[in-house]
Design a protein around this ligand. Structure first.
Ligand code: MRU
Length: 340
């Protein structure tokens, strides 16, 4: 089984998701600059995986800073944290993980530098281990919601590749598959970056879980034919009112699900909930390079000079979400604050 992110011999080791599925290669990031580049260019992506990687990035920074006092050390560390925080704006797990690493650093201010550095690697290891444990719990809670024989649609990749392991939405699908072995799993290809086609299809295939790949515009067709009984997606940030930011196209799936009377579930760990914001309106939406839209697999598919828009995420209002599944249980979206 592949490892999405890990600490190896003083570096952050990642499976390069930008190369999947045609090449399975690992990269070693030996400094904060290369960790930030990996996050920005989607070598590692998916909200929890971005958070874990950033946590290791902070540990990496600490390993390279030598200072005479804690104050000097911490002020250098904050500069490196800013580099990591500036990579992608939407997934709150990134900021959550950086804040946790900063808090750990402050709590160890009296310790000698070697001890502090080792403790930061341990803290990032803990974030990774906790994430995997949360995903198994999410999987178990979510599997209860998937009926035997169901067709299940997912969008983007909220799997092992997007997390420390097992996945959130794919954790639910994996758990449900272990229980029933008779599901039909549909993966939206997820234009423009094709996380569904390149990543979800690949990782389910690695696990011998049968998956049917469809283009994004086919979801309504299969819903109308009665072949989909549940939708399960992940999230990059959940607002206090239960609004959910996730990969662009998620909102359209939720609307289609509502029109066909199909439950729409969101699976996410509590590190994805932003209790500081009241509404999805306040979630910053990343705008990515137009070339992601004008090309597919390096081939240009649009006229030169055409105007292009490329929002990477959208917000699904809480009223379209049937339930939010976290490691703490299953919540009505408007009551997600009670999960704190
Ligand atoms: O741009 P990406 O690939 O980082 O977007 C990923 C998603 O939108 C996922 O669905 C989300 O992060 C949840 S991952 C468990």
């Amino acid at each position: 089984m592949f490892k999405t992110v890990e600490w190896q011999e003083g570096a952050v080791r990642l499976i390069d998701q930008s190369k999947l599925p045609s090449e399975v290669i690992y990269i070693n990031c030996a400094d904060v600059k290369s960790v930030a580049e990996a996050i920005k260019s989607l070598r590692v992506r998916g909200a929890p995986a971005i958070g874990i990687t950033a946590a290791y990035g902070v540990a990496l920074a600490a390993n390279h800073i030598s200072a005479d006092s804690f104050e000097a050390f911490y002020s250098d560390l904050l500069v490196q944290c800013e580099v990591l925080a500036a990579t992608r704006p939407t997934a709150v797990n990134l900021f959550w993980a950086i804040e946790r690493m900063k808090a750990k650093t402050r709590s160890l201010r009296a310790k000698p530098l070697p001890e502090l550095r080792a403790a930061l690697v341990k803290e990032a290891d803990a974030i990774l281990a906790e994430d995997i444990a949360m995903n198994y719990k999410i999987g178990a809670f979510g599997a209860e919601l998937i009926p035997s024989g169901a067709g299940v649609l997912t969008h983007c990749n909220a799997g092992a590749l997007a997390t420390g392991g097992y996945g959130t939405a794919l954790g639910v699908i994996r758990s449900a598959w272990e229980k029933h072995h008779n599901l039909t799993i549909f993966a939206d290809e997820t234009r423009p970056v094709l996380q569904g086609a390149r990543l979800t299809a690949w990782e389910l295939q690695q696990d011998d879980i049968p998956v049917t790949l469809i283009t994004d515009n086919m979801a309504g067709f299969f819903m109308k034919k009665g072949e989909i009984q549940a939708c399960v997606v992940g999230s990059d940030r959940i607002a206090g009112n239960g609004d959910v930011a996730n990969k662009i196209g998620t909102y359209s799936v939720a609307i289609l699900a509502r029109a066909h009377g199909i439950p729409f579930y969101v699976a996410a760990p509590s590190s994805t909930i932003d209790f500081d914001i009241d509404s999805g309106e306040d979630i910053p939406i990343e705008r990515r390079d137009p070339s992601e839209v004008s090309t597919i697999g390096g081939k240009t598919i649009a006229p030169k000079g055409i105007q292009i828009a490329n929002p990477a995420f959208d917000v699904t209002p809480a009223e379209l979400v049937t339930r939010i599944i976290t490691e703490k249980g299953v919540f009505i979206p408007s009551e997600i604050r009670s999960s704190r």
